[in-house]
Write a protein that binds this ligand. Sequence first.
Ligand code: ADP
Length: 664
Amino acid sequence: MPDAPINAKELKRIEALKSYNILDTATEKDYDEITELAAAICGTPIALISFIDKDRQWFKSAKGVDVSETDRLYSFCAHAIKKPNELMQVEDAHADSRFKNNPLVTGAPHITFYAGMPLVDDKGHALGSLCVIDSITKKLNDTQRKGLEILASQVVDKLILRKHLITLESANQRVKRLNDLLKEKEGEAMQIIKNTPLAMALHTGKEMVIRFGNDLMLKAWGKTEAVFGLPFNMALPELAALNFPLTMQRCYYTGESYSQTEAHMSYVHNGVLREFYYNYSFTPLKSADGTVWGLLNTALDVTELVKNRLAIERAEEQLRVAVQSANLGTWFIDANTREFIPSIRLKEIFGFNPDDAMPYEAALNQIPEVYKQTVTQAVEDAISTGKPYDIEYPVVGFHDGMTRWVRATGKMFPGDETHQPNLSGTMLDITDRKLEEQRKQDFIGIVSHELKSPLTSLKGYLQILEAKAKKLTDVSLLHLTSKALSQSNKMNALITGFLDVARLGDTKIKLNRTTFDMADLVKNSESELLLNVSTHTVIYAPVKHTLVHADQDKIEQVVINFINNAIKYSPDYTTIKVDCVTKGSNAFVTVKDEGMGISEKDRLRVFERFYRAESKDINHISGFGIGLYICQEIIRGHGGKIGVDSQLGKGSTFWFEIPLADAD
Ligand code: ADP
């Protein structure tokens, strides 16, 4: 008996049949009622809802027979479905060549009459048929045919409905499974998120619902736990405006991570528009089968870090601009290799061309011999002890032979993971200033020298005059001559000061050291001053035997200068205290007054050459700002220290210390 051929179309039909999940299911009342009705309408004892599987026909409902399936080889329905839109009617199977040898015809149930309407679904697949069978010859009338057709289409409707229900049911089940999975995973995820030191949050669904976020993330958002369960847009509109949801959705759908470093963003945080920098990433969370079930949002607030770095970069830029505009030369020495890297401006100061090589040795060669030792020592000390330096010295240009004065600073910078330890610094061409100072000094030197000899003669004449006045016992003449002598002494002191400055120049002060007792020195100054000072009370504290090895005249000059200043800058009838004690291995001298005091700004500068504090109280007090400068040079020459402690309006204490003779 010919059979329905198994070709591609047939395979598709079988596949469609399987998709209804109807085969081998239990009998159902709905379908049985249809076969019942079909048999009644057509007046046949048998009615079947038959589905044609690959090798069999299977009955969903079988009225009048007890079998649930038969071999496809003997199936009438397999023939019926070949013409899906037509009812197939076999009035007498015994007379039909296709069926006369069919065992179902020759044997039980002795099929003679067959009428089958194919069950065709909405995709055009003929899945089987609704058929009626009898053991006697028969022919359906139109009403019966129509009835069979209607019932067949009802079977199909039921099948399709059933399929939809099954799909819906399995979808529901899948959602339920997914949710279970989500719950289980969320539990794990939340634990990790809670304990992580990064800001973290978990989002799910295409609306990026915030399932959970740790405290750090809530802080970053400026929100509370109230945002949990809300879609991103609704919970964080200020961030949604920055396009985050779109980026997150992309990760969710593509399954690919997204990250940004030092991303700059501004948003309203706790009611204030603020600027932030974040390293952040969105990582899709996947189930074992690769489906994305959530998104992990991780953020690290690097605002401080980035701002600090930007501030440093800005400061560096400003420094570069400052170095350029001040025309500073800069240099750098690798403390390990001693490699010397000069800037172009530095080469220029040393008289080299920009393209010339200028190693450290070459630079040193341009420094005159008398200064070379000081410079190399300063560099070596800075490298070995970290002591910064600030020195002035001349250099002779390599190509042009010109002498230029420079002010050089150097500072040691310890190494770190990325930098070698290095010494670097700046160099400023101060030739003009030096020449100006030189001119001033030359002038002061010449003028003072020229004034000195007439003044010495004048003093001599005044002394003769004073002696004569004493003899004549002319009181008013004596008074006038001693006043004139005192004024000429003042003038002498001033000129001596000028000459000292002029002589000082750039060389160190010359000292004539002897070992003497500071107690004697203080006593000398006391007897000299007490004679001349009537406006102030000068109190000398008793001084113990304190031996120093120093230039007595010069140290006395410092003490007297301090006391004279104390007198000059304090109101009349106030007290000045002079004290000399031993402090460690130094003799420590203080002169304390109750005068106008010195502001903090001026305190740092009063020892500079020609510096005078600017104030209306001082304008009427004569002076040139060289006394303290000379004092400083003298004390430094002794390897000592000098300074002042003061409070504006409350008096000053000038002090110096020089090493004791033993310490020498
Ligand atoms: P001069 O007194 O001739 O101006 P100095 O070098 O001795 O020069 O002093 C420098 C400056 O320091 C003074 O002009 C004054 O402003 C300030 N100064 C010095 N001594 C005192 C003091 N005892 N009290 C207040 N200011 C002082």
